[in-house]
Ligand binder design. Sequence first.
Ligand SMILES: Nc1ncnc2c1ncn2[C@@H]1O[C@H](COP(=O)(O)OP(=O)(O)OP(=O)(O)O)[C@@H](O)[C@H]1O
Length: 333
Amino acid sequence: MLRIWPAQGAQRSAEAMSFLKVDPRRKQVILYDPAAGPPGSAGPRRATTAAVPKMFAFDAVFPQDSEQAEVCSGTVADVLQSVVSGADGCIFSFGHMSLGKSYTMIGKDSSPQSLGIMPCAISWLFRLIEERKERTGTRFSVRVSAAEVCGRDQSLRDLLAEVAPSSLQDAQSPGVYLREDPVCGAQVRRPTLPPWGGGGARAALSRRRHRSLCLLQLQNQSELRAPTAEKAAFYLDAALAARSTSRAGCGEDTRGSSHMLFTLHVYQYRVEKCGRGGMSGGRSRLHLIDLGSCEAVPGRAGEAPGGPLCLSLSALGSVILALVNGAKHVPYR
Ligand SMILES: Nc1ncnc2c1ncn2[C@@H]1O[C@H](COP(=O)(O)OP(=O)(O)OP(=O)(O)O)[C@@H](O)[C@H]1O
């Protein structure tokens, strides 16, 4: 899916947008070579050196004037259905510096219309759970966790440690860490999905893929019970507040490399009507991720030792492709 940032101020000139043709209905954009002049022009520059326009197709295209609600409904509806049916889901935004990643994922709390994907997903998930409970009698329990990956050393931080009940806090705790599986090397097997299946052919396909994938997992983070959407939203606010405190303490050059992972863990179980009437159930997770930009602060490029702050966009693309294809080697580093 593609969301186009509404260029502001001087950037909002007609010329700035004249090399991009957006067609939300066909879910595609066409990029014209600026050397050729605006599309349709027959100026002398167009004749010889212009590159052929490039067309890119997406699952959805949200133009500059798209409302937050439009982006949220176009993004989360399918993923939420899958999560409630027992599959894991993940939504994140991905792009260069200051192009609206946080605005899309988190939004602003000045009005309900400017809320982003995370608060919308929380509210809609609980609504869907209520419907599912009434229709099928399934019992649900939701927990939330939030972690930050920050800085050149990619240090991990539990963003809910401050609001976790003191019984869950332990002075000797090693904090959040990544667990590496002794058999798979730097990877561990994902838990299998609930036994009753559901979710149609796509869920069945993703279930097959999940079994063959090996992944790193975060360990030891606070997982707090959220019986209502309001409580989950409270924890989201607490995580955002903890993140902004930790960002303020980061150096200027690493501030943009803060990534926040907010996860809703959905536990569900029900009594089997046939057979011996045992219980069946499982856990699925919805990961909502606000990625940092990982780009150097303008004017400081090349100053910081040790190379880029984290994986480039194209390297992240290779990781995603490897995961989707179930590749044995995932190029995390
Ligand atoms: N669709 C939009 N409508 C209105 N304002 C927007 C929109 N997208 C982004 N903005 C504004 O543009 C600015 C940059 O957006 P934002 O901070 O979300 O970018 P980012 O990609 O998360 O930045 P970073 O690279 O620092 O993580 C913010 O002031 C934000 O409010």
